[in-house]
Design a binder for this molecule. Structure first.
Ligand code: 5GP
Length: 196
């Protein structure tokens, strides 16, 4: 890629989505600072390790990638692919595992990394699945928590930010698979589902 190509790419990126349509809730810098704090707390709580960190796909891929670098313990990474069925921005709680872990987690300290706990249905399903695998411990780290939306009891042990009942995208979170690549946590006005 030439220097000119890379400049052209950067100017395209700057226009997507148009700045006027985006309201930033948490900037990349604010996220990085909070992730560092979470990493420090987790490293202290699991002093010595080892820890198995389960990245729930797809929404937590970016958060997990940053969080794992903020944890100073021996960590094994696993990915759990889940698909929840729902219309638009609502989850129904019907969750299907589309990619399972590659190795057993029996007798391991396990930390599930989720993008957001909303109604709680998804994480409740994931926990029931993982509890059956006889881990030594099982905790949840959620980037975002929307406690006002809970339909089932679900408590995240570590939370990045507690948010209101607003649909948020960016930093791995999508709407219809779009916006995951935005570096901050934002609301996008041009999407009818996410009018601020
Ligand atoms: P729950 O089962 O807790 O209602 O929903 C969890 C899933 O719904 C999350 O993992 C996420 O994929 C999706 N979700 C809930 N709220 C939001 C939101 O504000 N923004 C985005 N992008 N996804 C959300």
């Amino acid at each position: 890629m030439t220097a000119e190509d890379s400049l052209a790419t950067r100017s395209v990126m700057r226009d997507y989505p148009p700045a006027s349509a985006v309201r930033t809730l948490y900037s990349p810098e604010a996220i990085a600072a909070r992730v560092k704090e979470l990493g420090r707390q987790i490293s202290a709580d699991y002093a010595g390790g080892p820890l198995v960190l389960i990245c729930v796909l797809k929404g937590s891929f970016m958060f997990a990638a940053d969080l794992v670098r903020a944890i100073s313990l021996p960590v094994r990474i696993e990915f759990l692919g889940v698909q929840s069925y729902g219309s638009g921005t609502e989850s129904t709680g019907a969750v299907q595992i589309i990619q399972d872990l590659t190795q057993p987690i029996e007798n391991e300290d396990v930390l599930v990394v989720e993008d957001i706990v909303d109604t709680g249905l998804t994480i409740a399903y994931i926990l029931s699945l993982l509890r059956a695998r006889n881990t030594k411990s099982l905790r949840i780290c959620a980037l975002l928590d929307k406690p006002s939306r809970r339909r089932v009891e679900a408590v995240a042990d570590y939370v990045g930010f507690t948010v209101e009942d607003k649909f948020i995208v960016g930093y791995g979170l999508d709407h219809a698979q779009e916006y995951r690549n935005l570096p901050g946590l934002v609301r996008v006005a041009r999407d009818p589902a996410v009018i601020p």
